[in-house]
Design a protein around this ligand. Structure first.
Ligand code: FES
Length: 213
């Protein structure tokens, strides 16, 4: 239920007679109606579409950044290669090859062919060590026990047990490496020192190891 509020005398409206006291009316003291204000629709923020020049500038900036990033990545890669270069791990050039008694007389020992690239030949009077590199173009020949020769699979060069070339395009004998005794009595092979037959070096000290046993 709505209760009437306090009454007040107000100026009569214009259409009433101001001289007539009875024409005054009591009106409820109601809240003055608020003026209607015009509500404007929410304004949409203005979004300006980029100009052609701005788009171009942005593209150039992006391209620049991409180039810069690619350049930095390449530089890091190069530095990485510099810091961690490819290292070729080669077997030691000097190594021990066991005791003389482990070798069979008049036989070519192939046990160090794959690991160290040498054949060790045992003769009744001693040892010599041959390189497994063909003197033609560097292939690796095979020792053929039945034929008593080294045969290269690439172009057919053949070498007899001493290392002398006897067939095919190989222009010179196989090379020999230095062989001595280590302190513990084992054969000591030194691939840093090589001997070439065509230069008369097979008679040099180290090209042959005397041993009778
Ligand atoms: S590499 Fe041995 S014969 Fe050519």
């Amino acid at each position: 239920m709505v209760r009437p509020g306090p009454f007040s005398v107000r100026d009569p409206p214009a259409h009433l007679d101001p001289q007539n006291p009875f024409s005054a009316i009591l009106v409820a003291d109601s809240p003055t109606p608020e003026k209607e204000t015009e509500v404007s629709p929410p304004s949409t923020p203005l979004v300006r579409s980029p100009l052609r020049g701005e788009v171009k500038r942005r593209g150039v900036l992006l391209a620049g950044w991409a180039l810069f990033t690619a350049g930095m990545a390449a530089m890091v890669g190069v530095m990485g290669r510099f810091m961690f270069p490819n290292v070729l791990f080669e077997p030691p050039q000097e190594f021990k090859a066991g005791l003389p008694m482990e070798y069979t007389v008049d036989a070519v020992d192939t046990r160090f062919k794959a690991s160290h690239g040498v054949w060790i030949v045992r003769e009744p009077l001693g040892f010599y060590v041959l390189s497994t590199v063909c003197t033609h173009l560097g292939c690796t020949p095979n020792w053929l026990t039945a034929d008593e020769k080294f045969k290269c699979p690439c172009h057919g060069s053949g070498f007899i047990k001493s290392g002398i070339n006897v067939e095919g395009p190989a222009p010179r004998p196989l090379e020999r490496y230095k062989v001595t005794f280590a302190e513990d009595g084992q054969l000591l092979i030194d691939k840093n020192v090589k001997f070439q037959s065509e230069k008369g070096q097979w008679t040099w000290p180290g090209a042959y190891l005397d041993f009778v046993g």
